[in-house]
Design a protein around this ligand. Structure first.
Ligand SMILES: [Zn+2]
Length: 286
């Protein structure tokens, strides 16, 4: 998971969202607001204005995706679902708020669904509302879930790429995402909660990350060989752009961070140090 470069949503779409949100916020009691958020969500394409607004939402979210249109959470699958970072069934007041949306894939969005937790000291306490439970708001507090729109997931997670230890031992990577070494207890609990809720270490994703590692390594070799054989700037820029369009850019980020454990790749970075400065996540876009 990497930080998302947030873009502005066009004004007319924002206005439409705000108008719907007002309707959701109107009922005096919380259960009615939850019900209203659901019914408004289910009918979010019922007028042309709403259709236009959600077309803009989807279009802007797609542009915010890193690399190709990949899920903001797993980066593995095609992102095609508007995901509420704070679940709309728990936070009706965020159901039609632009800042609460991300583009995610079905395999991430499905299991996450209504899951939510709040930090309590060194743990994240999950708030679960069962089918027959009273409809009450979740407790206030810091969300256990890391929000890639407002936080930098790279500061919470690291990938087990394996490599060569200082004493020369080769370790096979598992390609799992783990809480970053040295996190405080609260941050660690949030990282663990986020990994578990999203199932970020699903076997298929780990296999894809391993594959991506091989792909990045090959592209880096190709870039350095091309540079050293005197290719022109245009050709090098093309190779750079190809690499940065590859899915699983978090693998590339972790290759750079952990390069001292990857002697082959460390050598490539010495020969083409500009690869360390390539920008994976664009700045907030125009
Ligand atoms: Zn996903």
């Amino acid at each position: 998971m990497l930080r998302i470069a947030v873009r502005d949503l066009e004004e007319s779409a924002l206005k439409t969202l705000e108008a719907i949100q007002k309707l959701v916020d109107k009922p005096a009691d919380y259960p009615s607001r939850v019900a209203k958020a659901k019914s408004e969500w289910d009918t979010k394409l019922s007028t042309n204005a709403k259709k236009d607004a959600f077309k803009a939402v989807r279009g802007t979210l797609a542009k915010m995706c890193i690399g190709s249109v990949r899920c903001a959470y797993c980066q593995d699958s095609l992102a095609d679902e508007v995901e509420h970072i704070r679940p709309k069934n728990l936070f009706p007041e965020h159901a039609f708020v632009w800042g609460n949306y991300l583009f995610a894939c079905g395999p991430c969005n499905g299991p996450k669904s209504n899951r939510f937790g709040v930090v309590n000291g060194a743990v994240v306490e999950e708030f679960i509302r069962g089918r027959n439970d009273a409809v009450v708001p979740p407790p206030a507090g810091v969300s256990g879930f890391i929000d890639p729109r407002t936080e930098d997931p790279f500061a919470f997670f690291e990938m087990d790429l394996g490599g060569v230890t200082p004493n020369g031992a080769h370790i096979e990577g598992t390609f799992e995402i783990l809480p970053l070494d040295g996190l405080g207890v609260t941050e660690r609990a949030r990282a663990t909660f986020t990994i578990n809720v999203l199932g970020l270490n699903r076997e298929a994703i780990r296999a894809a990350r391993k594959n991506a590692f091989g792909g990045f390594s090959a592209r880096m070799h190709q870039y350095v060989a091309s540079k050293e054989s005197g290719s022109n700037a245009l050709e090098l820029a093309r190779l750079q752009a190809d690499l940065l369009k590859t899915p699983h850019l978090s693998v590339f980020e972790d290759i750079r961070r952990q390069r001292r454990f990857q002697p082959d790749l460390l050598d490539l970075f010495d020969r083409a140090p500009e690869m360390l400065a390539w920008q994976v996540v664009p700045d907030v876009a125009a």
